[in-house]
Unconditional design. Structure first.
Lengths: 113, 114
């Protein structure tokens, strides 16, 4: 089954404690992306990757890091989380970047206290 | 500056009637448009798309209309069913350094009343 998986689904952490949200896709897609969803702001892109070792900033990259060492994995790293990073995070992958559909993971609900 | 605007945060429609969800955009470089549907506790799923060279695309009960001169697109669902109750995101993409950058609207919550 074609899918994007994210872990963990829910996470409560404290300010400053480094965390990683994993994302994996099994569709051999080149393009992967991270979004955050906040009330009244919709989905905003954090980082994207066009292929292995090729990543770039989206619209709201501050406070986040990513890496793409393998095609299937695209982890999101918060080196020093802050309360304003409390949000719902989605990973997505697609065959053709912005053309055609993106497949989204189920989301990670992050709370930073 | 919101480049993709969904001005109706919510919409209620009777089952069997038409649902019309609207989306406006400001960036004339957008050349591909998509609609996604999102149920609670799930990720968005792709619904339908349209290229800027077309003005209509249909897929079963779902039709997307594009009016480039007005920078407006709409999603029509006919007939609406209770299972269509979800948040609908409008998205638009434009060329950006070798790939297509996608921008999402804030979403419209559709409720279909049985």
């Amino acid at each position: 089954e074609a899918q994007v998986t994210q872990n963990p689904r829910y996470l409560i952490t404290v300010t400053g404690k480094k965390l990683t949200v994993t994302c994996s896709q099994n569709m051999n897609h080149e393009y992967m992306s991270w979004y955050r969803q906040d009330p009244g702001l919709g989905l905003r892109q954090i980082y994207y990757s066009m292929n292995v070792e090729v990543t770039d900033k989206g619209d709201v990259p501050e406070g986040y890091k990513v890496s793409r060492k393998e095609k299937r994995n695209f982890p999101l790293i918060l080196e020093s989380p802050s309360p304003n990073q409390t949000s719902l995070y989605f990973c997505a992958s697609s065959l053709r970047g912005g053309f055609g559909e993106q497949y989204f993971g189920p989301g990670t609900r992050l709370t930073v206290t | 500056d919101q480049q993709v605007k969904q001005n109706s945060p919510s919409l209620s429609v009777q089952e069997g009637r038409i649902s019309i969800l609207n989306c406006d955009y400001t960036n004339s470089m957008f050349d591909y448009f998509l609609w996604y549907k999102k149920y609670p506790a799930e990720g968005p799923t792709f619904l339908i798309s349209i290229s800027s060279i077309k003005d209509k695309n249909e897929d079963g009960r779902f039709t997307v209309f594009l009016n480039k001169s007005a920078k407006h697109l709409s999603l029509h669902i006919v007939p609406s069913q209770p299972g269509d109750s979800a948040v609908y995101f409008c998205a638009a993409s434009a060329p950006a350094g070798g790939y297509q950058k996608v921008t999402f609207g804030i979403g419209t919550k559709l409720q279909v009343i049985p």
